[in-house]
Ligand binder design. Sequence first.
Ligand code: COA
Length: 368
Amino acid sequence: MVQASGLEGVVVADTELSEVDGERGRLVVRGHDIEQLAGRHDFEAVCALLWSGALPDAAAHAALRRELGEARSRAWQRLGGLGDALAAADAMDALRACLAHLRSADVPLPRLRVELTAAVALAAAAWACRRRGAAPLCPDPALGHAADYLRMAGHSGSDAARAAALDAYLVTAADHGMNASTFTARVVASTHSDPVSAVVAALCALKGPLHGGAPGPVLAMLDAIGQPQHAAGWIARETAAGHRIMGMGHRVYRVRDPRAAVLERAVERLRDAGVHSDRLELARAVEAVAVASLKEHRPERRLAANVEFYTAVVLDAVGLPQELFSATFAVARVAGWLAHIDEQLAHGRLIRPSSRYVGPMPEQAVAV
Ligand code: COA
C-alpha cells in the first residue's frame, strides 16, 4: 500500500541559517531568536544576516539598502520587456512569469541575490497596481525595502507605522528551516541549475494553499465569520464537513507558531500608533474557538495557530489587498531561498533520495 511520509522528520541538510523547534515553539535565525529580530531590525539587516552570517554595521546596512533600491530601479526599467506577464489574474502566476525573464548567466550570486530580491518586490507591487487599473509606480531607491514595497503596491496611507509593521512581517517570514519551498530551491540548486531557476521553482512551491497560499483564505474565513459570536458555529460546521481550518496546524510546530505571536504584536504596535485593525479581536476570538475545536476533534495532533493566521491580519492592517498576500510572502522568503541556494552550492551534494517500490513485480525474472 502506498503511504505518504511527506519526509516528516527526515533531515535533508545541515544548515547554519535557521532552526525550528516544534516542541518549544522557537525559531532561531543565525543565532537570533525571531523575537529579537522582528520589530528591532529591518528587512535589509536580516538579508545581510542571512547572506553573510552577521547583522550588518551601519555602513554595510546603508550599502545594502542602497543596492536594493538601485536594483528595484533596474527591475522597474525591465518592466517593459515582460510582455503580458503582469496580466495574469493571479499574483503568483504573474510573479512566476516575471522572474522567469531574469537571467543568471555570468552574474555572481551576491549580485543575483540583490537583483532577485528587488525584482520580486517590484513585480508584486506592479501587479497590484495593474490589477486595480493603475500604472505601476516607480520605485524610490532612497526608501527602505518594506516602505518602498508598500508605497509601490499603491497604499495611499503608507506611513512609517505601516512600513514598520510590514518590515516586521518581512523579517519574520524571511527564513524558516527546511520548509517546502526552501527544500525545492535546494533541490534545484543541488543539480547545479541556476539560481533564477531555483527561485522560480521555490515560488511555485510557495503558491500552494498548504504552504504560502493560506493567508488569503484566512482573511476570507475571518470575513465569512464576521463577528466573534459567530466563530463557534462556523468552525463547528467546517470541522464537521471535514474541511481544514486555514492558518491552523503545522508540520513541525506542536505548539503555537512563535511567528504568530510576533505578528500579533506587530498589529498591536500599529494599533498603538493609531492604525486600527478591527480584525485583530475577531482573529483572537476565532483562534481560541478553532484551537478548542481542533483539540476536541484531533486530540493527538496538537493543532495551533501558524504564521499565516496573523499574517492575514497584519497584511490587511497595513493595507495590502488579500490577492497580494502570497506574493508578499515571496517578497520576504526570497531572502531565505537565496541564502539556502548559496549554502547548498557551497556545502551540498546532489539531492537524490530513494523511493520504496510497492507496485507489482514481474512474475518471472527476465533472462538476460
Ligand atoms: N484543520 C483541520 N484539520 C487539520 C488541520 C487544520 N488546519 N491541519 C491538519 N489537520 C488534520 C488533517 O486533516 C489530518 O487528518 P487525517 O489524518 O484525518 O487526514 C491530520 O491533521 C494531519 O494532517 P497532515 O496534513 O498530515 O499534517 P501535515 O503536517 O502534513 O500538515 C499543514 C501541515 C500546515 C499542511 C496542515 O496543518 C494544514 O493543512 N493547515 C492548514 C493550511 C495552512 O494553514 N497552511 C499554512 C502552513 S504555515
